[in-house]
Design a protein around this ligand. Structure first.
Ligand code: NAI
Length: 304
């Protein structure tokens, strides 16, 4: 297998001052990419700011002979997200790769969650992913090339106690990427989503130390490298990675049942009678777009 390389490619990686983002930055830079290391440098719950985190990773990359510049802006505002992307344009003239990785946590049960905890988490994860993607997209379109990876979480895809804010933002990112996939298709812009698990300062708060230590971010980075490479051949996919485990997750739909709407009203009792079939997931399928799914729903109907 030929070595995966990023020579001549420019990558913007948000939240790359530590944890998972740092491991992506080091891997891509070690294989020839020029990297914008973005990090606001605050605490894991999104307070404060510091230039140290991003600068340290830039220093690491330079020390191994790579090319990188720091950026300390927040992903969570439209103006500052534009500055992150502009840093790539100013330093390297383009942006080929965007990894939306920046994140914070404010876990609380729904009852105890302050509105500010909800808003702040949505702002960093969902708004931040939207803003950075919107800022990078025109430059990618101009070059007819783009690779976008955004970061979801099992907490959003499958649910987790105490993470209504985080789970909503993370599953929102899946919806966002499903649509970016459509808009990027004709410009060779691929948009995929990652569901990682790794021992970082974020998971230090919830996982025991022996697990945190073994779940190295470096076990996630290789699939991210493929997802942002020229060799990547999928868009709108979700990949899970962590602790040496790699898989693809997907939203699928069962075969379902069709009622003849010309035969009369559909009652709740008719639904309850057919629940086993409605719930059945054997033979479930994926859809490439909302149009495809609606096409199936309407496939048995006759229109004038
Ligand atoms: P981390 O806390 O080590 O890294 C997140 C980085 O984002 C930090 O360096 C932080 O300073 C930066 N950041 C926070 N707010 C920012 C903002 N507004 N603008 C720019 N940078 C900002 O945590 P980790 O684990 O590396 O997380 C990376 C991503 O992976 C996050 O999106 C997280 O939600 C996601 N994730 C991580 C999992 C894990 O097991 N570690 C599990 C599922 C998802």
């Amino acid at each position: 297998m030929a070595e995966l390389r990023f020579d001549g490619r420019v990558a913007v990686i948000t939240g790359a001052g530590g944890g998972l983002g740092r491991s992506y930055a080091l891997l891509l830079a070690s294989r020839g990419a020029k990297v914008v290391v973005n990090d606001l440098g605050g605490t894991f719950d999104g307070t404060g700011a510091s230039e140290t985190a991003a600068q340290k990773v830039v220093d690491e990359i330079k020390a191994m002979g790579g090319e990188a510049v720091p950026n300390y802006d927040s992903v969570s505002e439209w103006e500052s997200a534009q500055k992150i992307v502009q840093t790539a344009i100013d330093a390297f003239g383009k942006v080929d790769i965007l990894i939306n990785n920046a994140g914070i946590l404010r876990d609380k049960s729904l009852i105890k969650m302050e509105i500010e905890d909800y808003r702040k988490v949505m702002a960093v994860h969902l708004d931040g992913t939207f803003f950075c993607t919107k800022a990078a997209f025109p430059f990618m379109r101009e070059n007819n090339y783009g690779r976008i990876v955004s970061t979801a979480s099992a907490a959003g895809v499958y649910g987790n106690f105490g993470q209504t804010n985080y789970g909503a933002a993370k599953m929102g990112i899946v919806g966002l990427m499903n649509c970016v996939k459509q808009e990027g298709a004709k410009y060779n812009i691929l948009a995929n989503t990652l569901v990682p698990v790794a021992g970082t300062r974020m998971t230090q708060t919830v996982l025991p130390p022996n697990i945190v230590e073994k779940l190295k971010p470096e076990y996630v980075a290789p699939i991210v490298a493929w997802m942002v490479s020229e060799q990547c051949d999928v868009s709108g996919n979700i990949f899970t990675a962590g602790g040496g485990y790699f898989s693809r997750a997907a939203v699928v739909e069962g075969p379902g049942v069709f009622f003849d709407t010309d035969a009369g009203d559909i009652t709740p009792e008719m639904i309850m009678e057919k629940l086993d079939e409605i719930k059945n997931m054997a033979g479930a399928q994926e859809f490439g777009s909302a149009t495809e799914q609606t096409g199936k729903a309407l496939s048995h109907m006759k229109f004038d």
